[in-house]
Design a protein around this ligand. Structure first.
Ligand code: GLN
Length: 484
């Protein structure tokens, strides 16, 4: 059961071959067996899952069920889930029970999906390895001494180990695509504004975007169909029609113009990863695409720009966590300042504090022009590079990450080395463009992702490009040895 696609699961549920309660129980049992090894889940919602599954079974019997009714999924613990702990993997929110559902959660509930639990992540989505979680690191199912990537590492590990057929993630600088790449998954970060951010705990509001993490583009399309769309409760969500992403998956790639940015294939890219990526691009040529070298000349500004913009926004977003309204509160505060200082000092982890310090500094009166304003200008240059590139090509391809999954602990003492894990993914968020990572092969038993970047609102095209590749390859169907 746990190797089936969403369409296959849906068919099995609709034909009565299996009930949603049975399917849900199967996944819960798998989580109970394997979660101690990989630590992918922070919270397991067994009781409410069975309740949702029962309701789905009634709909299936009544023939009022939709395509996704009764199919289990996992939510990154950044999405508010009513009545369920929503921790963002921080001690600060360890005791926070969300009073409402994020729009994404609400929509997937409405579609009849069953929430298995909340997945582990880097604290407040800050990280590239899932090692900043208050609940301990997640292990990569492809090698349990390796990181799964971050920050959506719990969702990635859960799907890769087949503890959930699909999951939600969020991507501020690469957090869907990078763990998808390191765990052999298909992950899509849509255009900024495509999916509502309402009820998604904010990290850097001008960059954050939710998206599906799945085995295949076909599965991701089914989830995106439900997740996408305008929400009046999010002023940055866009009022724009949502196409049916499943109907264009098989479109021809004849004449597709692929651009390969030379900056993504230079120093720093592991040659073995490059080999896998180049082999994938050859397959696209055999499917009718043409390939051309392009340049994104301001690529080297992406990481430094991001590490001004993201901390600046997070320092402001996280100021609401002050020990007064919700979250962790210190014992016996002397006065108000003591309450703020100790609650925040005790509640936040090291990486979060580092970002708050950087962000507060960058936004302070004397430095605003030198850092934040400058970063905004660089951001424009980065967007303009893409605009220029999309005059000549339909899609940009390259590696998602410079290396395969690194060892746990390898980069924890060197924040800058950690920040460079997102060197190829960050510019997409700064420009607000959609990006994907798809399984493209293995190096020494560890997965390699191919990154696809599209023009604004080209999610359909990206899913189509990914799907055609997945019709002629089977990388995305592989399961790690100990989780079959
Ligand atoms: N790794 C990047 C960071 O640490 C991106 C995280 C994300 O996309 N949420 O900020």
């Amino acid at each position: 059961m746990h190797t089936k696609s969403l369409s296959e699961l849906s068919a099995a549920l609709h034909s009565g071959e299996i009930t949603s309660v049975e399917l849900t129980q199967h996944y819960i049992d798998r989580i109970k067996t394997h979660n101690d090894t990989i630590n992918a889940f922070i919270t397991l919602t067994e009781e409410s899952a069975i309740e949702q599954a029962r309701a789905a079974d009634i709909q299936l019997q009544n023939k009022t069920a939709g395509k996704l009714t009764g199919i289990p999924l996992a939510h990154k613990d950044i999405f508010c889930t009513e009545g369920i702990r929503t921790s963002c993997a921080s001690k600060m929110l360890d005791n926070f029970i969300a009073p409402y559902n994020a729009t994404v959660v609400e929509k997937l509930n409405q579609a009849g999906m069953v929430t298995l639990g909340k997945t582990n992540m880097d604290e407040f989505a800050m990280g590239s390895s899932n090692e900043t979680s208050f609940y301990g690191p997640v292990k990569n199912p492809w090698g349990t001494d390796r990181v799964p990537g971050g920050s959506s590492g719990g969702s990635a590990a859960a799907i890769a180990a087949r503890l959930a057929p699909i999951a939600t993630g969020t991507d501020t600088g690469g957090s869907i695509r990078q763990p998808a790449s390191l765990c052999n998954l298909t992950g899509l970060k849509p255009t900024y504004g495509r999916i509502s951010r309402y009820g998604m705990i904010a990290f850097a509001s001008s960059l954050d975007q939710a998206g599906p993490m799945a085995h295949s583009a076909e599965d991701a399309a089914l989830l995106l169909n439900v997740m996408a769309g305008f929400d009046e409760r999010d002023s940055t969500s866009l009022e724009r029609e949502v196409p049916d992403y499943s109907t264009t998956l098989n479109d021809s790639l004849e004449g597709l113009r692929i651009g390969l940015p030379k900056e993504f294939f230079s120093e720093g890219l592991d040659p073995k990863v490059a080999e896998v990526v180049n082999a994938a691009i050859k397959i696209y040529e055999s499917l009718g695409a043409t390939v051309k070298e392009i340049t994104l000349p301001n690529s080297d500004l992406a990481v430094p720009t991001y590490y001004v913009v993201a901390p600046a926004e997070c320092s402001s977003n996280l100021s609401r966590m002050d020990g007064v309204r919700f979250g962790h509160r210190c014992e016996d505060p002397k006065d108000l300042n003591d309450l703020y200082e100790r609650s925040r000092g005790e509640g936040f982890g090291e990486e979060v504090k580092r970002r708050i310090m950087i962000g507060t500094y960058a936004l302070s009166a004397g430095y605003y022009d030198a850092y934040y304003l400058k970063a905004q200008k660089c951001r424009r240059l980065i967007s303009d590079d893409f605009k220029q590139a999309f005059n000549d090509v339909d899609v940009i391809m390259g590696p998602t990450t410079p290396t395969t999954a690194f060892k746990l602990g390898d980069k924890t003492d060197d924040p800058v080395a950690m920040y460079l894990a997102d060197i190829y993914t960050i510019s997409t968020n700064l420009a607000g463009l959609p990006g994907m990572s798809i399984p493209a092969g293995f190096v020494d038993g560890l997965p390699v992702g191919l990154q696809l970047i599209g023009n604004y609102f080209e999610e359909s095209r990206l899913l189509n490009i990914a799907h055609r590749y997945q019709q002629v390859t089977d990388w995305h169907q592989q399961t790690p040895e100990n989780f079959k």
